[in-house]
Each structure stands twice: as structure tokens, then as C-alpha cells.
Design a protein around this ligand. Structure first.
Ligand SMILES: Cc1cc2nc3c(=O)[nH]c(=O)nc-3n(C[C@H](O)[C@H](O)[C@H](O)COP(=O)(O)O)c2cc1C
Length: 355
């Protein structure tokens, strides 16, 4: 069975929801481990005060009993504590009583770089909020929870996934500078997966290629504008003799320019994915825009916002890579019970004599 993930939830709506299907039964989940990842996503230099309002915790509504998956759809919920300030503005139903709290006035000033203009045009919306609430990266919280479940499945076959910021010290200095100038910044993150067996993904068809799947998973995160596997873009400027990883008699490599993937298939080395994040589009010193109500030139919406979310992206991308690797591993090894999944991995490593 293929692992599938569907999510729903607006930034200031009641909650974020994820449904995970295809997970084997018997996978042990630890609520504290999932919550620790949710906390990591909320932290990081340059985040907005929203993070002090939210204390993200996972709730499980289905698919788990006494901490073990049942092999049935797993339903996860992360509530938005801030919704209490938006009960009128983000009420799923026509609200009763006088408008109160946040989100009562229509937003008509689209921000360059955000979903605002494209969203209202595409869906025929009169209020930019109807577009930005889902486009917002708030719902990455529930993706991180799903990523934590994927990491638990990967841990059963000794695979560990970790995201980090590239050049953290430089990033912090740029955040300080941007904050003073009421501006925003982006940055680069890296996700590494250790212990990945050779043979996940395939070159058979382009949809099977794990490099393409990982790129799509990471590019699918808000504000990611570039993804590379291994040495990626730098490979274009090298000679072949400097670009490829020579094979030893034990079939391992001393270098890893390929980032653990050749021909869309893992080769047993560490999987390395890097992503470039653009500067966040909500600026406290707004860019030029149009007022959609009057048609006049105006300044874009100013709304509480992060100066940077690069450290958060490292956690979100870690979850996205973990989910895609778990999917690829489960495609290869299968199993309705975790024990079957692990036994198939063991038999495969035995066959190829991989240590
Ligand atoms: C973890 C995370 C937090 C973000 N926080 C903000 C934010 O506070 N303000 C903002 O304008 N954009 C933020 N973004 C980026 C926007 O969601 C994103 O730029 C927007 O949805 C448009 O999509 P695009 O950049 O992929 O084109 C964040 C992105 C991530 C991954």
C-alpha cells in the first residue's frame, strides 16, 4: 500500500488536520517526540510573536491505540490557539453577532511574492484573506507532525533524517540587519538522511525517480525556490572526473557528490538535499501594490510576520524528506505490519550483502 498524506487547515482557522494512510500496523509513536518536532518548527531566530501564542501539540483522532498504529488511517490534529482572536473573522459558518476580533475587514492590498493576487484572480475571491489563510505556511505544523511519524517508520529500518541551516551564523547577522531595516531575508537549508539502503526509487520511469520526488516534496514547501541533490548546481561547472564518486570494492564511496542518489535510485550513501528559501514576502516597509477595491496604486498589506523562517524551514523540509523516503522505503519493502517491513529490509540487505 502506498503511503498517502492529505492535509487541511487555515492559518487562523480552528485547527490543522492531516490524514495519513497506508502506514503499517504496530508502529510505536511517542507523543513527546512528535511534539518536540512541532516545538522545533516554532523556534528559530527571526520568528514573529505568533509563535508565543501557539504551543503546538499533536492530537490523534484515529488510527492509534495505546501508542501503536492500527494499520488504519491515522488522523492528526494541531489546534490553532490564535483562533480565539479570530472566532468571528475565521468562523467556518456565517458568524452571529457584531464583527469582533481580527479578520473582520476584507483585505484588498495584495503582497508581491505572496499568494494574494494570484489567489483572488484564480478563485474569484473578494477578500485576499480567503487566499492567504491557506497559502500561509502555518499548516506546515501538521506536515511536521506527519514527518515525525515518517521518521518513526524510518527509524525501524535504522534510517535517520536531520535538517539544518547552512551558514547559521551568517543568517543571524542578516536577520539582525533585516529587522533594523524592517525587511526580510531567506537562506539555505540542508537535509541529510543516514542509513538509507541502496535501491530506493528507480530509473524505470520519471515518476519513480527519487531525486525528482524529493525535489517536488521540498519545492512544495512555501517560499522554497531552488532544490539541489548532492552538489547540484556546482556539478555543472566541473569536469566529470571531479563530479562522480568512485566505487570501492565494498561498493561504498569516499566522496558523495551525488548526494546518495544515482539515476533516481539511492546508492547507499547519505542522501543530501539542499533548498534555497526566498526572503519572506510580508514586509513591514511594504512594496508597491494595487488596492483591488479602488484600483489605485497603494502599498501592500502589512500583517504580523516573521523576519525569517529559515530554521523552521529546516524542520519542515526534514519532515518532507522523511515522508518521501518513508514512502519509497515502504514501496520497496511493503508490509502490513512493521515487523514484515523490517524483515523484508533485512532479507534484501542479506541478498545484496550490504553492511
Ligand atoms: C516555516 C515558514 C514560515 C513562513 N512564515 C512567513 C511569514 O511569517 N510571512 C510571510 O510573508 N511569509 C512566510 N512564509 C512564506 C510564505 O508562506 C510564502 O512565501 C507564500 O505562501 C507564497 O508562496 P511561495 O513563496 O512559495 O511562492 C513562510 C514559509 C515557511 C516555510
Amino acid at each position: 500500500m502506498t503511503l498517502r498524506l492529505a492535509t487541511a487547515g487555515e492559518s487562523h482557522g480552528p485547527a490543522l488536520v492531516a490524514i495519513l494512510t497506508g502506514l503499517p500496523a504496530g508502529l510505536v509513536l511517542d507523543r513527546d517526540v512528535i511534539d518536540a518536532d512541532l516545538k522545533r518548527r516554532q523556534e528559530g531566530y527571526g520568528r514573529s510573536p505568533r509563535q508565543q501564542i501557539e504551543q503546538d501539540r499533536v492530537e490523534v483522532l484515529a488510527g492509534l491505540r495505546h501508542g501503536r498504529t492500527l494499520g488504519t488511517p491515522l488522523a492528526l490534529v494541531v489546534r490553532n490557539a490564535d483562533h480565539r482572536n479570530w472566532t468571528w473573522g475565521m468562523n467556518p459558518w456565517p458568524p452571529e453577532g457584531e464583527p469582533a476580533g481580527k479578520g473582520t475587514k476584507a483585505v484588498t492590498l495584495p503582497r508581491p511574492g505572496h499568494a494574494d493576487l494570484a489567489g483572488v484572480l484564480k478563485y474569484g475571491l473578494g477578500d485576499v484573506r480567503d487566499a492567504l489563510e491557506r497559502a500561509s505556511a502555518r499548516h506546515t505544523a501538521v506536515h511536521v507532525a506527519a514527518g515525525a511519524v515518517a521518521k518513526a517508520l524510518l527509524a525501524s529500518i535504522d534510517v535517520a533524517v536531520e535538517g539544518s541551516v547552512v551558514d547559521e551564523a551568517g543568517l543571524r547577522a542578516r536577520i539582525d540587519e533585516a529587522r533594523k531595516a524592517r525587511d526580510t531575508v531567506g537562506g539555505v537549508i540542508e537535509v541529510r538522511a543516514r542509513g538509507v539502503p541502496p535501491g530506493l526509487g528507480s530509473y524505470a520511469s520519471k515518476d519513480d525517480r527519487l531525486d525528482a520526488r524529493l525535489a517536488a516534496a521540498v519545492m512544495g514547501i512555501q517560499a522554497v525556490k531552488g532544490v539541489e541533490i548532492g552538489d547540484g548546481f556546482a556539478l555543472a561547472g566541473r569536469f566529470g572526473s571531479e563530479a562522480h564518486d568512485e566505487i570501492r570494492t565494498d561498493r561504498r564511496r569516499d566522496t558523495n557528490h551525488a548526494g546518495g542518489i544515482e539515476a533516481g535510485t539511492t546508492n547507499g550513501e547519505e542522501v543530501v538535499v539542499r533548498a534555497a528559501m526566498k526572503p519572506l514576502p510580508t514586509l513591514m516597509k511594504p512594496l508597491a501594490s494595487v488596492d483591488l477595491e479602488t484600483g489605485e496604486q497603494a502599498q501592500a498589506l502589512v500583517e504580523r510576520s516573521d523576519v525569517a523562517a529559515v530554521e523552521a524551514l529546516a524542520v519542515v523540509a526534514e519532515g518532507a524528506v522523511a515522508w518521501e523516503l518513508a514512502r519509497a522505503a515502504h514501496e520497496k519493502f511493503g508490509g502490513d505490519a512493521v515487523g514484515d517491513f523490517v524483515a523484508a529490509r533485512d532479507a534484501y540487505l542479506e541478498r545484496i550483502g550490504w553492511r
